[in-house]
Design a protein around this ligand. Structure first.
Ligand code: HEM
Length: 86
């Protein structure tokens, strides 16, 4: 449920940038894309380009018509937020 979703900063997102632990953000939502990597029609290598970072722009450039919200709903881990200011 929405209660278990996290607020994730870019520096936290960045840690999850490996084949075994890949997160990416699309339109403000952070997804664990690890399980989806080998199923991506565009290939694992393409998808790994956005591991650990915000993939919104690359996603929009390649296939804006694909509904990532719908496809990866069960893989959503939280919302991308700004780094806290100090
Ligand atoms: C193709 C899903 C992220 C590059 C596709 C297709 C789907 C898909 C469903 C087939 C589309 C079609 O045939 O109309 C996703 C999902 C993503 C994601 C759910 C996010 C988790 C990305 C990213 C890139 C990318 C970030 C680029 C860095 C491509 C390319 C194709 C493709 C190049 C075309 C493959 C081909 O037709 O030969 N993707 N994609 N995708 N995707 Fe992704």
């Amino acid at each position: 449920g929405v209660d278990s979703l996290m607020r994730i900063t870019p520096s936290v997102l960045k840690v999850h940038n490996t084949r075994e632990d890949a997160w990416s953000a699309f339109n403000g939502k952070v997804y664990n894309i690890t399980a989806y990597l080998s199923f991506h029609p565009g290939g694992e290598k393409e998808l790994m380009r956005v591991a650990g970072r915000d993939g919104t722009k690359l996603f929009a450039l390649t296939h804006a018509w694909v509904n990532v919200d719908f496809m990866l709903d069960s893989c959503m881990v939280g919302f991308l937020v700004s780094e806290p200011s100090s």
